[in-house]
Design a binder for this molecule. Structure first.
Ligand code: UDX
Length: 455
């Protein structure tokens, strides 16, 4: 099939490259001419394992094409994916200006029958708005070409996006038209070979499925984080509790790892958008609001543990920070807990020496310039360099190279052997034997005094 994917961000680029890998001809369209020029040279704008290879090979084979012209792409294809951003507006609602802008342009160029697919995460009812925008353009042109709008949400995880696309758990197709449903079934048949993973449902059902999946996962995390904070107070090890409850198949082991809060481009944004949708419909989304608030507090927790241990004035102190990305396997800093922690530490006068295996360039680009200029933040070449002269280490992202470090070498490098572990990577008893003062999340260790207010 010949396809067009509008937007070359995470979702668009992975979608385009994976469909091309299956033999389709795919036009990837973006308004950013520089990005398109770099993609043509095989330079991909994000770190995503496996993506570079399939982008480069499919481009070479001519199956993957890059252009800034939607009209050119549309002239040679009849399925148009909208995969542009839906950033949160000031009130938490999803900003649809880019999605509807693409819909307008599709309406200006639409010829033969086409299926317009919403891949972006969009509020329930957006497909109707997209349909209306296209119809308005057709009316202005005085033509009446047939088309259908389909919702096909993605469930890609950053760091595993190519694999998730190639071997999905499920493929959700929201379509109110049999014709469009058939086109989508055909397109996705190759990704659904072992057993039928395709679920066709109403357009609004599909739109809601996406938000509900992300909000459910965020709820599991926030719930566990709250339990972990209670465990600290009660002298209970949340890791034992996690294993104890995960063994119940109704609960399961996944997404119940407590930590210093969830980040990324999806969970915070989607929970906020769902809250907004509920409020607009005169509901009080008490659970969702709590999920969101717990996460905001959870991101403050490590910083508060540190100031409880060291005092509010951190001037003259240096903290090593392991992990900047919001999770391992990506260089994405969006909504990362590391950023909140750095604001707290630097705000209290401390210096930070940070290291991340992949996100160093992103950090140089995106973190406040002033931190680098006034020496508050230094990026270390190596994970051990970050420890030199540090009063404590804060582990924020659970990258694999942090799992089994040389604790002896760490102790020699650090000024004092203290670890604040935001991802429960180490065993508290072992850390004690190794001679470290160790603070995990919910490992049953009470801090002196009233403890962190945000717990
Ligand atoms: C998420 C969804 O998983 C994916 O299906 C959707 O398409 C996009 O949003 P992603 O943002 O890439 O994917 O990250 P994910 O792996 O889900 O992790 C999100 C955050 O939750 C990370 O900050 C992670 O550290 C945190 N997390 C995850 C926990 O704190 N505890 C857990 O048990 C699991």
């Amino acid at each position: 099939m010949n396809l067009t994917v509008v937007g070359t961000g995470y979702v668009g680029l992975v979608t385009g490259a994976c469909f091309a890998e299956m033999g389709n001809t795919v036009y990837c369209v973006d308004v950013d001419g520089e990005k398109i020029a770099r993609l043509k040279q095989g330079i991909i704008p994000i770190y995503e394992p496996g993506l570079e290879r399939i982008v480069q090979s499919n481009f070479k084979e001519g199956r993957l094409r890059f252009t800034t012209s939607l009209a050119e792409a549309m002239a040679d294809s009849n399925v148009y994916f909208i995969a542009v951003g839906t950033p949160p507006g000031e009130d938490g609602s999803a900003d649809l200006r880019y999605v509807l802008g693409v819909a307008d342009e599709i309406g200006r160029h639409l010829g033969d029958y086409a299926v317009v697919v919403n891949k972006s995460t969009v509020p329930v009812g957006t497909a109707d708005k997209v349909r209306q925008a296209i119809e308005d353009q057709l009316a202005q042109r005085g033509v009446a070409h047939p088309f259908d709008v389909v919702s096909n949400p993605e469930f890609l995880k950053e760091g595993a996006a190519v694999d998730d696309f190639m071997r999905p758990d499920r493929i959700i197709i929201g379509s109110d038209s049999e014709r469009a449903g058939e086109v989508m079934r055909l397109l996705y048949a190759d990704f659904s070979r072992n057993h039928d993973k395709i679920m066709v449902m109403g357009v609004r059902d599909a739109e809601m499925t996406k938000y509900t999946a992300n909000a459910m996962l965020a709820t599991k995390i926030s719930f566990m984080n709250e339990i972990a904070n209670l465990c600290d107070k009660l002298g209970v090890d949340v890791e034992k509790v996690r294993l104890g409850i995960g063994s119940d198949s109704r609960i399961g082991y996944s997404f119940i790892y407590p930590g210093c809060g969830y980040g990324g481009s999806c969970f915070p944004k989607d929970v906020s958008a769902l809250i907004h949708m509920a409020e607009q419909n005169q509901l009080f989304p008490l659970v969702l609001q709590s999920v969101h608030q717990r996460n905001m507090f959870q991101k403050l927790l490590m910083g508060e543990k540190i100031t409880t241990r060291f005092g509010q004035d951190l001037s003259g102190k240096t903290f090593a920070l392991w992990g900047l990305a919001f999770k391992p396997g990506t260089d994405d800093l969006r909504e990362a807990p590391s950023i909140v922690l750095m604001h707290q530490l630097i705000g209290c006068g401390a210096k930070v020496q940070a290291y991340d295996p992949i996100a160093m360039d992103a950090a140089r680009r995106e973190l406040p310039r002033a931190w680098f200029e006034n020496g508050s933040l230094t990026l270390a070449e190596h994970q051990y360099d970050a420890l030199k002269g540090a009063d404590a280490l804060a582990l924020v992202t659970e990258w694999k190279p942090f799992r089994h470090p040389d604790f002896g070498a760490m102790k020699r490098l650090m000024k004092s052997p203290i670890i604040f572990d935001g991802r429960n990577q180490y065993d508290p008893t072992r850390m004690e034997t190794e001679g470290f003062e160790y603070f995990g999340i919910g490992r049953g260790k009470k801090l002196a005094g009233p403890g962190p207010a945000c717990g």
